[in-house]
Design a protein around this ligand. Structure first.
Ligand SMILES: Nc1nc2c(ncn2[C@@H]2O[C@H](COP(=O)(O)OP(=O)(O)OP(=O)(O)O)[C@@H](O)[C@H]2O)c(=O)[nH]1
Ligand SMILES: [Mg+2]
Length: 337
């Protein structure tokens, strides 16, 4: 899939719709939800009423309502705060599809809704039953039957709650990248100087973020091109072999960057001190060209060690040489030149 072109990067740069997956609420297990509901009912006091039967009935009804409210609150919160996958930016959709069984996730969320609705219906029905009798023994058995059904509805969604908690643990490691911002993605073999370059381009210290399926971290930096704020993102450190040799998940993890990249800076280390031959580096560049449909700026780094005679921009990320030249090039693309 090709990345949609942004018509007006200046306007886009003001919208910041970050999806912060690290803030999703922890998901409780059924037993804990049931526990909370029962504990809350213990705090409900018997309110005085001239009619003794009505007094106990109201007490019981208040307990039911409290239990219903507990489930509505807890499950409602999950349903509201957990993302609808289709509404996320394609970048996140791609990443999430690698790490989460989206179908199972959807079923989990809808089962919470189902549980909420069942309990609401059960509560209404039980209130009616309580209202149809004046026998205190009946109250007791009606309430016990409610507690039993309530628990079995909540226990019935336990596997879904567990799956959501598992999902949360996976999602919290998704890097917090602004999918709407003009983005420069830096690509190249390990040790060619990508991180060094991000540090030099960024106006502040880049953030470090983990990336699914990699043990390595990526850097996320920001810079201002005139009035436009751009984002610079590293690629995960798994680009140490050809794309075709990667497993599906690794490949997806790289390809999800497609949705993000407005420009790619491909860093080559002609000194080969990175440990990868020029031939392999050129091959990766070729592959990236095939897969990504955006402007690729090719730079040769480590110019303090070696400068070759070709048309590429020569920089030394370490010394900061020619970084301004590279920034001018980026500026040209941001301004649509
Ligand atoms: N001589 C020289 N060394 C450089 C230059 N840029 C980076 N290095 C060195 O190359 C090594 C790797 O640099 P990094 O920036 O960590 O490389 P990277 O591409 O981010 O590597 P990964 O994160 O493993 O993919 C470090 O020891 C840097 O100091 C440069 O312009 N000149
Ligand atoms: Mg790095």
């Amino acid at each position: 899939m090709k990345k949609r072109r942004r018509m007006n990067p200046i306007k886009m740069s003001h919208t910041s719709r970050k999806t912060d997956f690290s803030r999703l609420p922890n998901i409780l297990e059924s037993e804990s939800i049931i526990d909370i509901a029962f504990k809350r009912t213990k705090k409900i006091n018997l309110a005085r009423h001239p009619d003794k039967i009505a007094m106990y009935r109201n007490w019981d009804i208040n307990k039911l309502k409290e239990m219903e409210r507990t489930v509505n609150e807890i499950c409602g919160d999950y349903v509201k705060k957990y993302p609808v996958i289709e509404k996320l930016d394609p970048f996140y959709q791609d990443l999430i599809r690698i790490i989460v069984d989206v179908n199972k996730y959807k079923i989990a969320l809808s089962s919470l809704n189902w549980c909420k609705n069942q309990i609401m219906a059960l509560t209404t029905k039980t209130v009616r039953k309580l209202e149809s009798t004046r026998d205190l023994d009946d109250f007791k058995s009606i309430m016990n039957s409610y507690f039993g059904r309530f628990s079995s509805y909540v226990n019935g969604v336990d596997e879904h709650l567990k799956y959501l908690e598992l999902t949360r643990k996976k999602l919290k490691d998704i890097p917090n990248i602004d999918a709407e911002m003009f983005t420069v993605v830096i690509v190249g073999y390990p040790n060619v100087g990508k991180s060094e370059l991000i540090k030099k381009i960024s106006s502040a210290k880049p953030e470090v973020a983990p990336y699914p399926f990699t043990t390595k971290e990526i850097l996320i930096g920001h810079a201002n091109i005139g009035k436009v704020k751009i984002q610079i993102v590293d690629t995960p450190g798994i680009l140490d072999r050809p794309l075709e040799e990667m497993n599906n998940m690794e490949k997806q993890a790289i390809l999800s960057m497609k949705h993000l990249a407005d420009i790619i800076i491909f860093v080559i280390d002609p000194s080969e001190t990175c440990g990868y031959s020029l031939e392999r580096q050129e091959k990766l560049l070729e592959n990236i060209r095939k897969e990504f449909d955006v402007r690729i700026i090719e730079v040769e780094n480590k110019s303090d060690l070696l400068i070759r005679n070709n048309g590429r921009i020569k920089i030394s990320a370490l010394r900061g040489d020619n970084i301004n030249l590279l920034m001018e090039e980026i500026k040209g693309v941001v301004k649509g030149e």
